[in-house]
Write a protein that binds this ligand. Sequence first.
Ligand code: ADP
Ligand code: MG
Length: 701
Amino acid sequence: MSSTFLETPIEYLKGVGPARAEMLKKELQIFTFGELLTFFPFRYIDRSKFYKISEITDDNAFIQIKAKIVRIQTIGTHRNQRIIATVRDDSGEIDLVWFQGLKWIAEKLSPLQEYIIFGKPSIFNGRYNIPHPDLEIPPTQPLPLSETIRPVYSSTEKLKAKGLDFKGISRLMKNLLMNEKFFVPENLTPEILKQLHLVDRKDAFINIHFPQSSELLSKAQTRLKFEELFFIQLRLAKQRAGRLKKHAGQPFLKVGDYVNRFYNQHLTFELTKAQKRVIKEIRSDLGSGYQMNRLLQGDVGSGKTLVALMIILIALDNDCQCCLMAPTEILANQHYQTISGMLSGMNVNIQLLTGSTKTATRQLIGEGLLNGTIHLLIGTHALLEENVRFKRLGLVVIDEQHRFGVAQRAKLWEKNIVTPHVLVMTATPIPRTLAMTLYGDLDSSVIDEMPPGRKSIKTKHLYEPDRQKVIGFLRDKIREGRQIYIVYPLIQESETLDLKNLVDGFKTILTEFPPPEYAVGMVHGQMKQQEKDAEMKRFLERKIQILVATTVIEVGVDVPNASVMVIENAERFGLSQLHQLRGRVGRGSDQSYCILISGYELTTEARQRLSTMVRTTDGFEIAETDLRLRGPGDLLGTQQSGILNLRIADIVKDEKMLRYAHNLATDIIQDDPLLSKEKNDNLAHHLLQMDKHSQNWGLIS
Ligand code: ADP
Ligand code: MG
């Protein structure tokens, strides 16, 4: 079952010299035959179908037309020079435009010749044109059936310059598949192939690159998508099984003074049913003797922090130290304040460690951690530093997990001989399919209920010209004693320009709400920590009524008296960010409001985002919509995982297949946790290959 063929360096392929090899590596990360083979077409053209020029309406999709050149012009000089070839079919005319490689194009174009033209129309000065199309002289004979479906590969300008446009890549693919040594090992078991009616792997690769028919193409796609999803699930299932076996956890069996005292004397409200259920789930992990690795999802304000606190107290009752890591200093501070407040008088030594902690204090904290006098350490990334060592770390709580890199989380594991229990909290609900793929080796708990008495936040989408109305509304709310957030997006790459945007907004607000009658504050990412904290503190203490901010306030900050959230340029925010921001209000008992302000000109997607926000406050629904609108690749935090660099499958479109793959992988691992049974040889072998190619690929926490 050798796979050396697939591991052959790409420069050994016919048609790939050193220069092209270099480009393939640089531009497409293709180093081996195998990597070229899994460089799949992103679409297919049916070469027997042609558009009429008059039918061109969409300025996005690739199209194919058949037309004659009626005019060739060279326009502009030097760098602005371009060639425009006007072509005509029996329905109309369109311009083909080239900006580069003009000399070559000029020689190639023959007037009055009919061409098959393939490209992506765009619109310029109200007219459609096709920039840098592919041209081909129509074949004199009708195409054989096997050549009517043509694959299209994505390429780059640099690759094209080396002759590797999509046709060039296709030629390489042909060389690969025609290679006399061409061999791809089957990686699924005969049983799975039979059960799911999948075509074998070799046929799938041939038909994905050179479809013999649309039916065979679709079979090839199904097979390769399934394979991709299945092995991710199999790896996760295996890791999970391995983790359970390998990492004995410290069993937290006791519920003692800390928990009891807090529950009976400090907790001023009844826990929600969801909180109780989740605490029970976590407790059963903690008592199991295995290391816990659990994801706690719950909408903003659903009471996750409180759950974490209860779990921390359980750890303390079992003589363990804990740490709580937050993504920003503001949040770490806030956790520190809230938790210190809630536990005051309980004899819990809590310390705060962030980037701005002074060296002397750091030293003291270091000692306290080592001799065990510090019970709970709250902080930011600073907790990950090498010299932060505990005497007996039993529990790590990570708040707002997607801000942290995978590798960073792994670091926390190493802080103890016995791996600490890990609880990862996220306020961004993760759609089930995504969670399955991203966090497949974590257990998951969901708080799906809000504490009682919360009024649903009223959300409105308004436009720039409504601003005076908004100002009037804000005045009313301030008169009622409420406080207001006004948030500006990061618009430019440049931090200085962002700041300008914010400062301009701040000035406008100041003229509408002048001192001494009003007090307006501002926080942004470039302020010193102390300044930020001071400003937040003034807001908390109601010394300012309006806080103008960038998204630094996005996560976690808790000011119950703030009941209005105004989001400027709301169209520029992603859905999950909007949802997070809105979650800053509605934390008290007053009716809260979220006002989204945008320009009139909105993309369809922006419009959908804003209307989703107006329609619902359900975080899971919002997350699902976000996933559908943007695809998983763009969701916060998924890039870093590397797991969603799917080559062919799509967890939204192929959701059913994903679920199937998940269940099948789970069953197989349950039956054969180490994949050591002979019938699973193919699977085991392929997982090994995958591991070779991506280190630490699935280390989630
Ligand atoms: P999250 O971390 O999920 O955003 P928090 O734990 O910060 O939510 O809780 C939000 C607010 O609700 C806090 O002020 C908290 O004290 C309060 N809270 C939490 N649980 C309950 C409950 N069961 N009943 C009433 N208030 C609660
Ligand atoms: Mg929180």
